[in-house]
Design a protein around this ligand. Structure first.
Ligand code: SF4
Ligand code: SF4
Length: 266
């Protein structure tokens, strides 16, 4: 390990701290403007000669993050500017504080190692939760870009609130107009798996590697349904119609709407 320590005297640091004394104590290189191209070159030269850990005692690590970035090198930033010079008066205690800050920075840099890269298998399947118009569009767009998509909708049909509307402004068309094209794109795309009556139960893992449990609630009508409508004639019970704010009723077995996807009774 070869460690380089650099002290900046700019931004008022040199007016509060005896930077020469500080640099001498830690065998550091002193610069009046470390974030300038000259200052960066000074550090870069040392890195090319073998320094693999650098301690930069200057401004807050929240600033100049893009400037003090050196590939393959441990970089430890010591906040002399905001943490010491700008918040304390010039005296012996402040000088000692600056020394402590640098000591801590050196200790941290010495114990820090660069993380080793690791190859991970990342899942490229996309889960879209909610089969309203936004979810349908997201699923189609992602699938048409080549991703496998799982679309989960808790209602027994896709289309969400939009499909429940009578007409939409300004064209005053029924919502089926736009929805029909999207449902056709969705049906034709084999990369999209649609689960209706389904809810996400749990999500765990991390970006690129999530595990998701989906609970599929019963539809009480099998996939063999041909939507012939005969069951409606025989059904004795009724339920509020959510397509009409519950102001009228449908039979307990019903087709959600005339373009329902999937085209099955519930
Ligand atoms: S911004 Fe940071 S590195 Fe640049 S002169 Fe000020 S304290 Fe030094
Ligand atoms: S619409 Fe009703 S009767 Fe016809 S296949 Fe579907 S469940 Fe059976």
């Amino acid at each position: 390990m070869s460690l380089g320590v650099y002290v900046c005297s700019g931004c008022g640091i040199g007016e509060v701290i005896d930077v020469e004394k500080l640099a001498a104590k830690f065998n550091a290189k002193l610069h009046p403007f470390l974030c300038s191209s000259e200052g960066i070159e000074l550090i870069g030269r040392d890195i090319s000669e073998g320094v693999d850990k650098v301690v930069i005692a200057a401004c807050s690590p929240r600033v100049n993050t893009d400037v003090f970035r050196f590939e393959g090198v441990v970089v430890e930033r010591v906040n002399l500017r905001e943490g010491v010079a700008w918040s304390h008066e010039a005296n012996e205690e402040t000088q000692a504080l600056a020394e402590d800050y640098i000591r801590m920075g050196i200790a941290k840099a010495e114990k820090t190692e660069l993380p080793e890269g690791e190859e991970k298998v990342v899942s490229r399947t996309i889960l879209v939760v909610g089969g309203g118009i936004a979810g349908i569009t997201a699923a189609i767009e992602a699938a048409e870009l080549g991703y496998e998509v799982i679309l989960v909708e808790k209602r027994p049909y896709l289309g969400g609130r939009v499909v429940q509307m009578y007409k939409y402004f300004p064209k005053l068309c029924p919502p089926y107009c736009g929805l029909e094209i999207n449902l056709r794109r969705l049906k034709e795309n084999r990369r999209i798996a649609v689960f209706t009556n389904a809810e996400v139960e749990s999500i765990s893992g991390e970006p690129g590697n999530f595990e998701v449990s989906i609970r599929i609630n019963p539809r009480f009508v099998t996939d063999a349904c041909t939507a012939c409508g005969e069951c409606v004639k025989a059904c004795p019970a009724e339920r509020p119609n959510e397509f009409n704010y519950g102001m009228d009723k449908t039979k307990a077995i019903y087709l959600p709407h005339e373009m329902a996807f999937p085209m099955k009774y519930v």
